[in-house]
Design a binder for this molecule. Sequence first.
Ligand SMILES: [Zn+2]
Ligand SMILES: [Zn+2]
Length: 258
Amino acid sequence: MKIQLLPSSFDADGSATAAQRLTCFILDNRVTVDAGSIGIALTDAQRRTVRDVIVTHPHMDHIASLPIFVDDLFGELQEPIRIHATAAVIDLLKQDVFNDTVYPKFHELTNHHGHVMQFVPFETGRPFQVAHLTVTAIPVNHIVPTVGLIVSDRETTVAFSSDTAETAEFWEAVNHVPQLHALFIEASFPDSMEKLAQASKHLTPSMLKKELGKLNHNGMDILAVHLKAGYREKIAAELSQLGIKKLSVMDTGRVYEW
Ligand SMILES: [Zn+2]
Ligand SMILES: [Zn+2]
């Protein structure tokens, strides 16, 4: 499985920087997990192949350019962009984003091939299929309805914490997976900002370490993501001081393969 965290910050000359301000992972150039930078950072080839988007929760950094992505492709789509999310998240996207005020109700619009965008609800705790991937969504502990994801292509299984503070059910589900190849876990704030992390339901490096203690798996790659851009170096230093094997900060733009 190939996984890339799309860049979301760019220098004045257009080159991508390491800072992660938006969240969008692309899996096998076909499916994305969240859509923060989907409308600004895909290659033309990826824009032609991505037709399934899984939205973990409706925070702006996870959906910011989703409307732009659909808008760009409006005239040429031969099948709808499928937005996979819980019913609660779909309701929020309809209410707050695709509402004919912020942006058109794309789920009600068609081009000459048919619908351009379709909401596909999933239930938590039950595996569902997205393209070639089997996905299980588990609620995590965030400010709005949010799911973590376990994603498998039969040979490789990876897990995404999404945005969360300390949580339990997600780790129990991950512990049931026979083999875990990679874990993408958030680390939003440095340890000195734990109060804010708790209030906004995110993790610091110390909190992340406690979460990993709930995990039975060993030896998988652990990639820290969602580091607030202004504290990126500080958080990265604190993560490396944890001394956890195979834990690193995920590089934006780099294609990882398992
Ligand atoms: Zn969030
Ligand atoms: Zn976020």
